[in-house]
Design a protein. Sequence first.
Length: 170
Amino acid sequence: MSAAHTPPEMVLLSDPKGEKILRTRTKAFDFSAFTPKEIRELVARMRRIMREANGIGLSANQIGLDFRMFVAEVPDAHGGLKFYAVFNPELEKVSAETETSEEGCLSIPGKFGDVARAQQLTLRGEDKNGKPLKIKAWGLLARVFQHECDHLDGKVFIDRAKKVHNEETS
């Protein structure tokens, strides 16, 4: 992904203000501070920004919001896309088995690196209505959940990556 595809709302690690935002652990999402309509609009806005940037995940702090929430959209077993909006996510039951794969990040355009992540996990959080949810994830979905939770904890993929490199240009 090139910088030309980076939406203007995106917080970038290369910007000193952006780095401070991305390197700070986010606060819990407070459902009482928002109306259901505002929450729906937030989810729709984040989904739009993620899609415009050709991403598969986006955390709230990547667009300058200081709370624990992310959206993700990954292929499902039937060839479609499954969309997730998770508030106050926490990883639990993380497998000891890891898999290394290349990752990139919308907040660090043009950089990629190999990152070892747990192959399977259980994610707990809340849905857009504040109801508890629990998702068992493996493969790409587990990787995306870990990447987004790292963002919410103030970490970026290059902190974990081996062999960080620039996007190939042709």
